[in-house]
Write a protein that binds this ligand. Sequence first.
Ligand SMILES: [Zn+2]
Length: 554
Amino acid sequence: MVRLALILTFFPALLVAQSRPADLVITNAIIYTADSAHPRAEALAVSGDRLIFVGSTAGATALAGPATKRIDAAGRPLYPGFIDAHAHLRNLSLILATLDLRGVPSYDSVVALVSAKAAHAEPGSWIRGRGWDQNLWGTAFPTNALLSRATPDNPVYLRRVDGHAALVNQAALRLAGITRSTPDPPGGRIVRDTNGEPTGLLIDQAFMLAERAIPPDDAAQMQAMTLPAIREANRYGLTGIHDAGIGPNELSAYEALAEAGRFNLRSYAMIYGGSDTSAFLAQQLALGPRLALYNGRLWLRAIKIEFDGAMGSRGAALLEPYTDDPGNVGLFRIPPAQVEQIAVRALQAGFQMCTHAIGDRANRVALDIYASALRQVPTANHRFRVEHAQLLTPQDIPRFAELGVIPSMQGSHQSGDMSWIGNRIGPERVQFAYVWRSLRNTGVIIPNGSDAPVESINPLVSFHAFITRQNAENEPAGGWFPAQRLTREEALLGMTQWPAYASFMENEVGSLSVGKFADFVILDQDIMTVPPERILATRVLRTVLGGQTVFEQQ
Ligand SMILES: [Zn+2]
């Protein structure tokens, strides 16, 4: 009795009036609640899809009845369900359903994989792939010559790992109607050889010319393709995702799956606000924010804008030219005036803006646009976001806190880009890339994301990078610009509470607190205490969404 009293004092019990026994009780866990009022616990109880108790094993056990499912966690660590604050579910499903070119070490190997696929494809049908990265090949961007020779009968469309470029073969150029006389579309570039012929490389908006020639997946195909991507997310402990830009077809597919009870994620899905989707945007703004649809699976109150390109394909908008491409300052994919107009409409309709800005020029102009829109429609609780915020000038760093703008960043980009980004922007500017600590010191939160499938959907990759500034091989020793590291406590908040706040969902998810959704994950080792170099060896044992197990290690 004395011992029980001690435990109850040590883990202040949070309990709401409960007339019937809990549906699920988990005991004997090392619980990190991410709730600063009660940071640690050892047990929890669930009724329906909500937490009714977080505290001691004795306290949780007292809520169990004969029908209660009981799980003894055997001393394993348990955390709030991880939330990826920036990922692309559709692109992940595409990469799982088409050719996965991530990590392929040479262009020759890419061509060989495409040829092998073409050997079993209907002549004339499209071969799609995603994930190639010429930075791994130690070469310049490829041209289509080799690909076209190897695959003459099927159009081929291969998106770069960052999604900001595509390589297509001659058959695809033909079907897309791209010739030497095709002008560069606004916000895009058709790369040409010295004779003016398209090389097959299409940067940013230019790949839409080819994409429009590809027959779209029908609704049933899209739904079927989405399920493995959801399973992949659950396998890595994710219960939430901020889907960084969806169109009408994705929304229909997700709604159909959620309606059928098969969408096992809480998706904070951002509506694409580009010129290709203006009718969709207008429709969604007119409907207004729609929250917790389908039992808390779908939350619609954000707009995604792709403002500039990316560093890898030199499309990120810079204030000064690229160090390794002196004539090039990158590009805006949407004119700033149009972004501002959308920001004003977003504020009027009660929506949040999430603007992709990677280069220092894109970030500065995005902050200018937000400031102007907020002057026009003053809004206290706007929580506007900049997605990526990769390269900043020292004078722009404090502006996020001043304007109440959230930098939504990705640990995985720092660890993925560090080997080549210095060449792109030079030794001066590189000191102001991925400046997590500098931003934190101004008082902002930094929700962490994977940008999957640009990088792995495993949230621990970005968690590990946040605290080490190292890649998966734990290189470089001591970390890359280690002064910008965050603490483990901050890194845990980066995949729990901070994404919850950045999606206005902090009362529903993001911590293990009574009344919130019972979303949590049990791991095989404690990521808050294992040596950093062992973090990426962690395995997920169980992922629970709304009290239901959606992944269990066999
Ligand atoms: Zn993205």
